[in-house]
Design a protein around this ligand. Structure first.
Ligand SMILES: Cc1ncc(COP(=O)(O)O)c(C=O)c1O
Length: 449
């Protein structure tokens, strides 16, 4: 931004009184270009976001937003964290890219740190969550292929069990294990051999598990599906069935992992580990980086050239990821996540008592869902008008993903704003078709209220 614009924006943002309404920018050429030249894959408000500072984001008019979405669970340290900015500056001046034909200074140490956080042994770096998922599906097929089986033919043990209500990304492999039909069906035929199990339904899992399964894939806390933690019973059964049938238990912690739940990994509240864990979103504090973490036994099946990537695990992204993990450790952010999460939970529970359309507060740490009995989208729009960024997932659940270094004062600021949003948003009653829902009983209940 030019200095004069910067000053004006700063003046407006102080005036701003944090939460005044933003004028729609109808003649902004950047918006016109976006409308004309981008594939129409996203519905976005006519606003250009320009910069952020800590848990706040600013748009081109200087309007300030309290960011409780964090780029969908990515900006776990908020925006422009000075230590992250410093590492990016330092590393960009050294080597942004080197390729995986050579070692770089940060990939090995980062793999070592992730192994110690997760209790797993080996790491492969990808560029995104969906790529990590695709790699994991390949590893499961590879792990379960018998040595006597001809490589050109499909392996006998090739089936995947994935969960209803799941979301794993947009590549072909990932949409094949993603339950939501609108993401999958337009691109059919997808990867064959996938069956969906009702999330947390042990009987359904047991009925679909047999020796042809090579992997069972679940989000430890479902994100897009409405913030639904896996139950201990279901996790334990998935673990024991995978072991019994020689299949892999694969935990997608792309949204809930790396601290967000109040533990390094959400599965660490259970007594057993998965065979593969997938991470991405906050790993490199906003730079694209994903990873597959796995066991020595799985790694032993991998040979040279079987999998690879041009960009994954580059020196810049890995150096930033190391700094992110160091900040989480040194600043004891897990404690902060649990403490601020508890404050948010308590505040939201108070609000739920005041507004009868708030049905349930769910989640762990700083991954919280506020389930409504009415459509959530109008609340998201009203919140944005008032300078608060949240989103709505699964139609009825408002999703909160604030940064790990949130303060108590910011929790209070959020609760004040959120109460205003709940009180003033025009309510749109909605009676969806319960057969479309992953949780028809919830929808039926919602419709009845
Ligand atoms: C649980 C989960 N898995 C996978 C993905 C896909 O990650 P990416 O968008 O980085 O490809 C997402 C993205 O939202 C996610 O939430």
């Amino acid at each position: 931004m030019r200095p004069s614009l910067k000053k004006k924006a700063a003046a407006r943002s102080t005036l701003s009184s944090k939460h005044r309404k933003a004028p729609a920018i109808k003649t902004d050429s950047r918006l016109l270009d976006a409308e004309k030249f981008l594939l129409p894959t996203y519905k976005r408000p006519p606003i250009v976001m320009t910069h952020g500072r800590g848990p706040y984001l600013f748009d081109a008019t200087g309007k300030k937003y309290l960011d409780f979405l964090g780029g969908i669970a990515v900006n776990a340290l908020g925006h422009a964290h000075p230590r992250i900015v410093k590492v990016i500056r330092r590393e960009a001046a050294r080597a942004i890219h080197l390729s995986n034909l050579y070692h770089n200074a940060h990939q090995g140490p980062l793999a070592c740190k992730l192994a110690s956080w997760s209790g797993l042994d080996r790491v492969f770096f990808a560029n995104s969550g969906t790529e990590a998922i695709d790699g994991a599906l390949k590893l499961a097929r590879l792990f379960c292929r018998g040595t006597e089986e001809p490589t050109a033919a499909p392996s006998k043990k090739h089936r995947f069990l994935a969960m209803e209500n799941s979301f794993h990304g947009r590549t072909f492999g990932a949409i094949s294990v993603t339950a939501t039909e609108k993401y999958r069906l337009p691109f059919a035929p997808v990867v064959p051999g996938v069956e969906f199990v009702r999330f947390n339904d042990v009987a359904d899992l047991e009925s679909k598990f047999d020796d042809t399964v090579c992997g069972v894939l679940l989000e430890t806390i479902q994100g897009e599906g409405g913030i639904n933690p896996v139950s201990e019973l279901f996790w334990n059964r998935a673990r024991s069935l995978a072991t019994q049938h020689g299949a892999l238990l694969i935990a997608d912690e792309i949204q809930c992992g790396l601290g967000r739940s109040g533990r390094y990994f959400a599965y660490q509240k259970f007594s057993s580990k998965p065979d593969i864990v997938l991470i991405a979103k906050p790993l490199a504090a906003g730079l694209p980086l994903g990873a597959i973490l796995t066991t020595e036994a799985v790694a032993a099946k991998v040979s040279l050239g079987m999998h690879g990537t041009t960009f994954g695990g580059g020196p810049l992204a890995c150096a930033v990821a190391l700094e992110f993990l160091a900040i989480v450790e040194q600043q004891k952010l897990l404690d902060n996540i649990r403490a601020r999460g508890a404050e948010l939970h308590a505040g939201l529970t108070n609000l739920a008592a005041k507004f009868d359309f708030v049905r349930e507060i769910r989640g762990e740490g700083l991954m919280i869902g506020v389930e409504l009995s009415i459509e959530g989208a109008p609340f998201v729009a009203e919140a944005m008008q008032r300078g608060l960024l949240i989103n709505c997932t699964h139609d009825f659940t408002l999703r909160l993903l604030p940064p790990f270094n949130l303060s108590s004062a910011q929790v209070r600021e959020f609760l004040r704003l959120f109460e205003l949003v709940l009180a003033t948003t025009p309510r749109q009653a909605s009676v969806p078709d319960s057969s479309q829902s992953a949780y028809p009983e919830r929808v039926a209940h919602a419709a009845a209220r």
